[in-house]
Design a binder for this molecule. Structure first.
Ligand SMILES: [Zn+2]
Length: 249
């Protein structure tokens, strides 16, 4: 019954925006780099935390180690496939039930699953650019470069176009996401808490009628949502897809 009501809410909504959180990545099998076992392994192997290495300060001062980490840990993301949740999100877009997707994650999973109208607030690892001539380089080029990847023409280090720790999100991007959220009648938050940086930044622009939160962990801010679904995001999305297909339209 719940899915039916949820489906009805989406069908009635003129504009629905999804905020795609870290839980969506975890469900795809991605390790958590800031918490959990992976963060200890990073500190042990590199001598610094994820946030220390993947920062603007490190990029400026310690390029060798920055790029070793970028290639060995961050670019690994480009080898992992999006989980089923992302493909069901794409189907919901195809059905006209979801209109845009916003994320702070940098693995580009939404677009790799075929989603459209995705705003990657912090960029993705698929975008690596020479700061001097603007030439773009592929993930393969970055991975295969020995040491610091250099522009073939300018011989300067190539900059991953992602927002590093210590950097501000681009103003133009912030304006776009604020406009998207302000347009939303329904806002679906997937796999994060309303207390996350993604939500704290976005909720101030939301004036819609239904804030739906899907999370597997309870948090004291859950009560700010109109509807809370405790469980996996991929199961939630899959149920919606199934319900839509059964409804025949
Ligand atoms: Zn160049």
């Amino acid at each position: 019954m719940r899915e039916k009501n949820m489906l009805q809410i989406l069908k009635n909504s003129r504009y629905t925006v999804v905020l795609s959180g870290v839980g969506m990545m975890q469900e795809s099998g991605y390790p958590l780099l800031r918490d959990g076992q992976e963060s200890y392994e990073i500190e042990e192997k590199y001598g610094y935390s994820f946030e220390e290495i993947f920062s603007s300060g490190f990029y400026s001062a310690r390029k060798e180690l920055f790029f070793r980490f970028y290639k060995e840990v961050i670019l690994k993301a480009s080898e992992m496939e999006p989980g089923q949740g992302f493909f069901d999100l794409k189907k919901l877009q195809d059905f006209g039930l979801v209109h845009s997707i916003i994320t702070r994650r940098i693995a580009g999973l939404e677009e790799r699953a075929g989603c459209r109208n995705v705003i990657n607030m912090k960029g993705t690892v698929f975008h690596n650019v020479c700061p001097s001539c603007g030439r773009e380089y592929s993930v393969e080029y970055m991975k295969n470069a020995s040491g610091v990847p250099l522009c073939e023409k300018c011989m300067v280090p190539i900059r991953p176009k992602v927002c590093l720790f210590g950097e501000m999100i681009d103003n133009g991007v912030m304006t776009r996401v604020a406009e998207e959220v302000a347009k939303a009648e329904v806002l679906i938050v997937l796999g994060t808490t309303l207390h996350s940086p993604l939500c704290i930044q976005m909720l101030q622009y939301y004036t819609g009628s239904n804030l739906i939160l899907v999370t597997d962990k309870e948090h004291y801010t859950d009560q700010q949502a109109d509807i809370v679904v405790y469980g996996r995001c991929d199961e939630f999305l899959n149920q919606l897809v199934a319900e839509y297909e059964r409804s025949g339209c």
